[in-house]
Write a protein that binds this ligand. Structure first.
Ligand code: ADP
Ligand code: MG
Length: 395
């Protein structure tokens, strides 16, 4: 999606990803693309030798390699900076950094991945206890909810979280009523602006739905809440992280109206996909503008409301099942992905985005569908056939 924004401005993009048909490489042609992993130091140095600016779409990159680029290619700008990526990669150091600037957070503490260490944290922070892996965590893959401190429960937690090999920390359980997100963008000159607060709904720890803008009617809350959320998100980025680009700030709303920061991503974020169709400039347009030192685009919504549904794979795909016949055009060999796309094509205001990933896997993000409309009610009505289809396929 970043490559799609770049192509509209004739900006040349070289992509480092595995395979010659990696999703971003399908969007923008270049002889400079590199076939390799974003965790491979040699490949990172290789791409750095071809570009003026390096940016990332995932924070789990090899930071040491980026630091080597800083030394070996001092003329290459890296946004977000390796120091920001390093801080954010380790969720505990991210929390500590935010806490040091007075950002609103729930209680948290470091935890030894041992029976005693976890029992101690549970005593301090209570049950249920959210145990999180400090690094390499995304889509809930590094999280475990501990509900009891008996030996078996703690053993299960340790086993799930890397058998004691991964560093952990614990968070007090946050009894949120809603989850919110705000995309923040900072230009090269330091100007900061934010997109409207949105509601995010997760299923199995993975973003499922986004409703934009955040709607108050179903919780009977303070009308200044969305502005407060934007203020908190902008404040966190302003104080704790440097450099240009887009940041996704995930937050919790409590029933008394308090807002706590959950975590921050130093890049365009799933909760901001809706901005492509719904805002005057998308998060991708603005990330590019920011890192290139161009004027930031407006973050205002240009439609009354929007909704975004993530399309997750339902099964492992079998490429031989793709039908080439136009009369039964398949968009994917994953039945659910295919059905949702067909349903979306019949909904006014719906834009399916399929990412062109070579293989579907259960739970893998294969695409998303954004729906725009004049009002929240209209968008929710337009979303209904998709949610019905999903429920039918899932049984
Ligand atoms: P990831 O990096 O995988 O997105 P998060 O830390 O954001 O992991 O957690 C994923 C989801 O788990 C959150 O969106 C939220 O629904 C839930 N969650 C995370 N932390 C807590 C907490 N302290 N209390 C209650 N729920 C939480
Ligand atoms: Mg998260």
């Amino acid at each position: 999606m970043l490559a799609a924004s770049a192509s509209l401005l004739n900006i040349k993009v070289a992509v480092l990803d595995v395979g010659v048909e990696a999703p971003a490489k399908q969007i923008i042609a270049s002889s400079s693309h590199i076939d390799g992993s974003f965790r491979d130091k040699e490949k990172i140095l290789e791409i750095a030798s071809k570009v003026d600016i390096l940016t990332v779409e995932i924070e789990h990159v090899d930071v040491e390699a980026l630091e080597a680029v800083q030394k070996g290619h001092p003329n290459v700008a890296i946004h977000p900076s390796p120091s920001t990526i390093r801080q954010i990669q380790d969720k505990l150091s991210q929390k500590r950094l935010l806490a040091s600037f007075g950002c609103p957070l729930g209680a948290f503490q470091a935890v030894d991945a041992t029976q005693d260490g976890i029992a101690h944290a549970a005593k301090e922070l209570g049950l249920p206890l959210m145990l999180k892996s400090r690094t390499m965590a995304y889509d809930g893959r590094g999280n475990y909810v501990l509900r009891s401190t008996d030996f078996e429960s703690i053993t299960a937690a340790i086993d799930f979280l890397g058998h004691g090999s991964r560093k952990l920390y614990a968070e007090k359980w946050v009894p949120f009523v809603k989850e919110l997100a705000v995309m923040v963008v900072r230009g090269l000159d330091g100007t900061i602006s934010s997109y409207p607060a949105v509601e995010t709904i997760h299923r199995n720890n993975v973003c499922h739905l986004v409703w934009a803008p955040f709607r108050l009617s179903n919780i009977d809350q303070d009308p200044t809440l969305p502005t407060k959320a934007e203020h908190i998100a902008r404040g966190a980025i302003d104080k704790a992280f440097e450099g240009p680009g887009v940041f996704g700030v995930e937050m919790f709303l409590l029933n008394d109206g308090e807002i706590l920061i959950n975590e921050i991503a130093p890049r365009p974020h799933n909760s901001g996909h809706y901005t492509i169709e719904a805002c005057e400039s998308s998060q991708y347009d603005n990330h590019l503008r920011a890192i290139l030192g161009l004027p930031l685009g407006s973050t205002r919504m240009k439609v009354g409301a929007a909704g975004m549904l993530n399309i997750l794979g339902s099964s492992n795909s079998d490429p031989s099942k793709i039908s080439p016949s136009p009369s039964s055009l398949s968009f994917s060999d994953d039945l659910l992905v295919d059905k949702l796309t067909h349903v979306a094509l019949g909904i006014p205001g719906a834009s399916p985005h399929l990412y062109g990933k070579a293989q579907s896997r259960k739970g893998r993000k294969m695409g998303h569908i954004t729906i725009v409309g004049t009002s929240d009610a209209e968008v929710r009505e337009r979303m209904t056939p998709l949610l019905t289809c999903l429920a039918e396929v899932e049984g």
